[in-house]
Design a protein around this ligand. Structure first.
Ligand code: TXA
Ligand code: MG
Length: 323
């Protein structure tokens, strides 16, 4: 079983040996390995049971390090990096050949980010290689936002989990790249679109596509709980299912349902704060997936600010994906 702790030296020692370590970031926990060591990278895919056509993000200590791995840094994207790194922003940039094919699934661009967590920044600063790290969950399941989530699912397969507490943002990074002069959003995430737009102007959002060759990992059935997960109007659904005698788990934005047992419902933010809702989302899905409930019902949050990314994750979690 993985050791869980805050010893950065120990995490670094495992990584230098080519082993995998779960690392905290501000978005979700990552399953990290030496990105320049093909064996370590391939064990990331194996451990997650992830198909090799779904590329990994390169995590680096600072903006300065990016030039080691990318051949070109368009001005608009550099502006974003300067403004938002360390932070929940991943940039797709033309890669240098030092980046193994396996990291990018053979694509010409590599995804790079500087994560914003003090333990992981310190760890990266101590290493002389970047870390490839997908979210530390089995492929297709909900991303982990606490060390305990990682321990429960991957604890038997890795030696060490660096415990950085609960993730402050709670949603994966926003993925951004360019096609010609146009800035494209490939995945909605923890950095709001309005913040990006205020720097680089109009964006094109290509996120949540089932057939997007630029972001092959953007499969519709991502982040899904194991139980049936139904999106709709809770004020109608909850009483209906309750009357049918169903054990229903409720994931609501701000409403508490008195008839539902406390351990079968989660309110994302009683004060309707989308930042708080994002922090709680994945933990809530896990909790309800592990509860007594036989199915989970959830509702959309307002489609503003981080609400867009939250709704994207809810759609992906839904049993009948909504396109
Ligand atoms: O917040 C995050 O981004 C977290 C933390 C750990 O940094 N990582 C994360 O990794 O969410 P992962 O592997 O679960 O999701 C990365 C996504 C995948 O959907 C993948 O397809 C896309 O990034 N991606 C990675 N490299 C790419 C590339 N070269 N071109 C297009 N898409 C890429
Ligand atoms: Mg993931």
């Amino acid at each position: 079983m993985a050791e869980v702790g805050i010893d950065i030296e120990r995490a670094a020692a495992f990584l230098r040996k080519g082993q995998l370590v779960a690392i905290p970031t501000e978005t979700v926990y990552g399953l990290a390995g030496n990105a320049l060591d093909v064996k370590a990278v391939s064990s990331i895919f194996q451990t997650k049971n992830r198909p090799s056509f779904d590329p990994l993000i390169l995590h680096v200590a600072s903006l300065e390090q990016v030039s080691l791995f990318v051949s070109e840094f368009p001005e608009k994207l550099k502006q974003l990096a300067e403004a938002f790194w360390p932070g929940p922003l991943t940039l797709l940039l033309p890669r240098k050949s030092i980046v193994p094919d396996l990291v990018t699934s053979g694509l010409d661009r590599v995804a790079v980010r500087v994560p914003n967590h003090p333990l992981t920044l310190e760890l990266l600063a101590q290493l002389d290689f970047p870390l490839a790290a997908p979210s530390a969950n089995p492929f297709g399941y909900i991303s982990p936002t606490q060390a305990a989530h990682v321990a429960a699912q991957l604890g038997a397969q890795i030696p060490f989990i660096l415990d950085g507490g609960a993730c402050a943002v709670g949603l994966e990074s926003t993925i951004v790249g360019m096609e010609g002069e146009q800035v494209i959003i490939y995945r909605l995430g923890g950095l709001e679109l309005s913040k990006i737009e205020s720097l680089v102007g109009t964006l094109t959002v290509q996120a949540y596509s089932t057939s997007n060759p630029s972001a092959p990992g953007q499969l519709a059935s991502h982040y899904a709980p194991r139980k049936p997960f139904i999106l709709g109007n809770l004020a109608e659904l909850v009483p209906q299912l309750f009357q049918q005698g169903k054990k229903v788990g409720v994931l609501s934005f701000c409403t508490h349902f008195p008839a539902i047992p406390a351990d079968c419902q989660v309110v994302l933010s009683a004060s309707q704060d989308l930042t708080e809702a994002a922090q709680h989302l994945f933990m809530a899905m896990r909790l309800l997936d592990e509860s007594e409930a036989e199915l989970i019902v959830a509702e959309f949050v307002p489609e503003t600010g981080l609400g867009r990314a939250i709704n994207d994750r809810l759609k992906r979690a839904a049993t009948q994906p909504i396109h």
